[in-house]
Design a protein. Sequence first.
Lengths: 298, 380
Amino acid sequence: MEVWALQLFNGLSLSSILLLTALGLALSFGLMNVINLAHGEFIMVGAYTTYALQQVASHYTGDPQAGVTFLIAIPASFITAAAAGYLVENTVIRFLYRRPLDTLLATWGVGLFLQQLARSIFGAPNVQVVAPAWLSSTVSITSGLLLPMKRIFIIGLVLACLGGLYWYMYRSNEGRRMRGVMQNREMASSLGVSTRRVDSFTFALGSGLAGVAGCALTLIGPIGPSLGTFYIVDAFIVVILGGLGQIPGTIMAALIIGILNTLFEFGTTAVVGKVLVFAMVILFLQWKPAGLMRARGR
Amino acid sequence: MATRIFIFNAVRTVTGPARLGELAAAWVMPALVLAILLAAPLVLSDFRVALLGKFLTFAILAMSLNLIWGYAGMLSLGHGVFFGLGGYAMAMFLKLESAQGKLTDFMFWSGLTELPIFWAPFQYAWFAIPMTFIVPAALAGGLGYLVFRSRITGVYFALITQALALIVSILFIGQQPYTGGTNGITNYTTIFGFPINSPSTQVFLYYATLAVLALTYLLCAWLIASRFGRLLVAMRDDENRVRFSGYNPAILKTIVFALSGGIAGIAGALFTPQVGIISPTMMGIVPSIEIAIWVAVGGRGVLLGAIVGAILVNGAKSGLSESFPAVWQYFLGLLFIGAVLVFPAGIMGLLRGEGWRRPEWLAVEQLRALATRFIPGVSR
């Protein structure tokens, strides 16, 4: 029983990382029909921002854990990754809105470039961020069920991001414009919404969320220049399963994929688990080709 | 550009010689490339011939991707898988020939005591060699049918094939006793009784690869010119219209995807004996997407483009990446971006005088607009 509860919890924790990654993809896909293969590299940018901040902080304070810096690192990762995303959108992606397949290739090129940049700056070997002491404890639910504080923190962080995103999309003027452009680009444009601005901001927002995911990943394991590639394919599967740019669908899909992955891995091996999940998604798409949720026609 | 094409068409219909020029473009350039490739072993060192032979297998692979991407508009990011499957089928044959049909070295190391049942038939060439086409074609056809039937197209298809590349490569890494794991299958001694590493065998394999390349070219050229080829292009441009005209795009796409997968498999089968190894690193996400850049650089939708692109990009890679790996990575990244933004029609497009386009961000007005936005004091 406790074993299963722990697996479920691990699945939830994997889901939350996947969700944070997939949200940015879903946003840019829903809004601009663009799939960003460099999205994984924004995770990497966020992770290295956290690492760099910690290095700087421990250099000045002499404290290798640098507990408080981690809290600063979260918004810092968001801002760095968002800035990188803004730059990429303005220099490459905005010329490719009508050519989704070409965008795949161009963004892959951006990803290669960013990976090599990280390799040139930080070196090819993986680096480790020391988790702050207040995150290294465990919480015991029952005598046999110990939940690591880190993973609880990550789930909380993702919930906070979701809340923030909800507020942005449904309560702010920027978000209202964004939803307007999502629903009908021409109409929104003719009513005076600057679709260019909305596009770049949304892309930056999605990249920023990936950056936060990267920051969270530093708690789980070592980070390297190709960190993003481990998560990105799963995130794509989440977006495909969730349905074209649908935020609620993406959330559901992330939960399903994360938990299934963990359960299958627990039941069999990591490899067989991944194969099973992939097969199930393909079969599911036979039944519902548009994914879990589909955009209502108009 | 549109006006130029219009004028060109008008001239062509009025005067005869333009047609002649077109004929020349269609057959003279391929013949030229073929002549160069035929003569290459006479002037190059053994090492270079082996290298060029490897590039030729990549050229076949690029042609298989060009068939579905350039003509039918489906970008597969998993073609490394089909290449790898063909390569593995060939490797199983070669390995069993080296082991005289008994247990191979890596199986022994992994603790197997007898040959796995699906390995046994691969000791016969009549079984193994057709399988290099059949296995990848069957996988492509099966996955393709499921995917196309649910009308999954475009980016979604690309992402699913990318996931396939990930899944199959980790599957092969995980099954150490049956696939050799991360190391793949290597250390062959002979092929049909001839020592595999001897220069004469390598030259023979080079010409065999060149023959397959030429045959593939002819097959694709015939296919493109046929009614089937027109349907492929029509599907790329407007799939619904093809559907409303009474064709079933799912079936057409499945056929061409399976064929393309099979050709990729044959390329893999030619790759294995020339390079001496096949491993999961040749079928993952990264090698699979690199195939697309060969095609894009050469010129998608032009048969010769895939060949030229594969040879040039790989030539640049082996030239640059050995001495300056970091530079190569930056260059490759920029190549992906440039091939899409700056010269979308590829080298073949540049040769025809079309395709080069100045990206908008190189325009002076754009730069000035950016400057006025971000640098205070710069005014219009």
